[in-house]
Design a binder for this molecule. Structure first.
Ligand code: AMP
Length: 163
């Protein structure tokens, strides 16, 4: 179990932990793979969230998923890209989180995922929490705890020093 002090310190960082949806590169599940490949290369990320027309989170699309679809017996065939849509290759079995998720659950999930899509009760995409932002919050928490314990030691020493 994570101590309430640590949980509170991590929560101090909550505001900055999620990259809001409007700043996240996403792709629609209906888009042809040709378009998705362009989007992925422009965004500069190897994996991005996939949404439906109502902004529900429906999966993740990676460069690898597209390349696999292009691979034929004779090598890469880019002509197949226009025949398939994002929905044909995206991964749907992925971990997601709610904004009010427990820190402990989030930490477990980011061990295996570079980022977690955040959804609301209705499954509407809210943004992502990346492992990088979590590590920044962990770093902040360790330093804050260090400062707290130093301050406590000083108080203790002061109260025991001869008057
Ligand atoms: P980072 O921690 O910044 O390296 O991001 C980890 C992963 O999260 C990236 O490889 C992307 O798959 C995803 N990601 C981070 N920021 C964005 C963004 N603004 N839009 C879409 N995906 C992102």
């Amino acid at each position: 179990m994570i101590s309430p002090t640590v949980e509170q310190l991590m929560k101090d960082h909550k505001e900055t932990m999620m990259i809001p949806g409007e700043n996240v590169a996403t792709v629609m599940k209906e888009h042809p793979l040709e378009h998705a490949l362009l989007l992925l290369s422009q965004a500069g990320y190897s994996t991005i969230p996939v949404l439906d027309r109502e902004d529900h989170f429906v999966g993740l699309l990676s460069l690898n998923d597209i390349v696999k679809k292009m691979m034929g017996i004779d090598g890469i065939d880019t002509s197949t890209l226009s025949e398939y849509s994002v929905a044909d290759v995206m991964k749907t079995d992925v971990a997601v989180m709610r904004e009010d998720a427990d820190l402990e659950d989030i930490l477990h999930l980011v061990v295996d995922s570079a980022f977690l899509p955040v959804i609301d009760k209705a499954g509407i995409f809210q943004g992502i929490v990346t492992r990088r932002e979590i590590l920044k919050a962990v770093n902040y928490t360790f330093h804050a705890l260090g400062r707290k314990s130093q301050a406590a030691t000083k108080v203790l020493l002061h109260s025991h020093s001869p008057k």
